[in-house]
Design a protein around this ligand. Sequence first.
Ligand SMILES: Cc1ncc(COP(=O)(O)O)c(C=O)c1O
Length: 272
Amino acid sequence: MVTKRNLAEKDRERLENLKESLGKSRDTFLGYPVSKDFDYSELTPFLQYPINNLGDPFEEGTWKVQTHEMEKEVVAFFAKLFRAHPKDYWGYVTNGGSESNLYGLYLAREMYPKAMVYYSESTHYSVRKNIHLLNIPSIVIRSQENGEIDYEDFENTLRMNRHKPAIVLTTFGTTMKEAKDDVSRIKGILRNLAVQDHYIHCDAALSGSYGAFMEPRVPFDFKDGADSISISGHKFVGSPIPCGVIITKRGHRDRIAKGISYIGSLDTTIWT
Ligand SMILES: Cc1ncc(COP(=O)(O)O)c(C=O)c1O
C-alpha cells in the first residue's frame, strides 16, 4: 500500500523554482551533445515502483520489480544494429557511456591481464579515469587534425610493444569533433603486426546510435572487429535519467560471471 504525503508549502515552492530553472537552462544551453526533444510523460506512473534491474538481464532473479524483458529488447536492438552474432551477444543497460566504457575495459583486462591499452588523445576523459581505476598500463596515441586516431602513430607504437597483448580503445564520435576511428583499419594493423591477443572496445557513446545508417559507412561494429561497444542513452536518443548500453560477445561476459545466491542471478554487471 502506498501512503500519499502532502508536501509542505516551502518544499512545493522549492520544487516549482527548480522546475522553472531547469526549464530555462534546458531551453538556452548550447554546445552539449544531448537531445532534449523527448516526452516520456506516459511513463510517469512507473515512478511509484521501486524498479531495479538487479543482476544479469538474461537470468531469472528473485527480485520481481524489474523490467528485464524490456532491457533484453534494448540489448537485442543494439546488438542487431551493431551486427553482433545473433547467438553470441550479451549486454545490459548501464548508467551511461562512462560505465559502458568501464565495462568494456574490465572485460578486456580480465581476458588479457598483462595487456597495454592504446587510446587516442581525442578519447573521452572517462576512458583515462577508467584505465586508472582498472590499473592497466596505457599509451596515448596522437590524433589527426580531424580528431581521428593517427593510424601511423598507432602502428609504430604497437610495433614497439608487439610482445604484449593489446587493448585498443577506439572512438566512434569524439566529444569535440565527432571524429570516428576506423575499427577495420585498427584490426588490419593488429593483424599485420601479428598481435593475436587483442581486444577492441569501441566507445560509440556519441554516434553509435546513428552510425549504422551513415552513408558512406565508417567501420565500427562487431563485423568490423569490435569486441564490445558503448552507447550513451542521454545523448542521441535523449533521456531525463542518465543511461547507456554496453553490448559485447556472450563469451566475454561468461568469463567474468559469478553467481550471487541472494539475488538468484549472476553478477555480470558493474553495479547491482
Ligand atoms: C565520446 C564519449 N564517450 C563517453 C562519454 C560519456 O558518456 P556518459 O555521459 O553517458 O557517461 C561521452 C560524453 O560526452 C562522450 O562524448
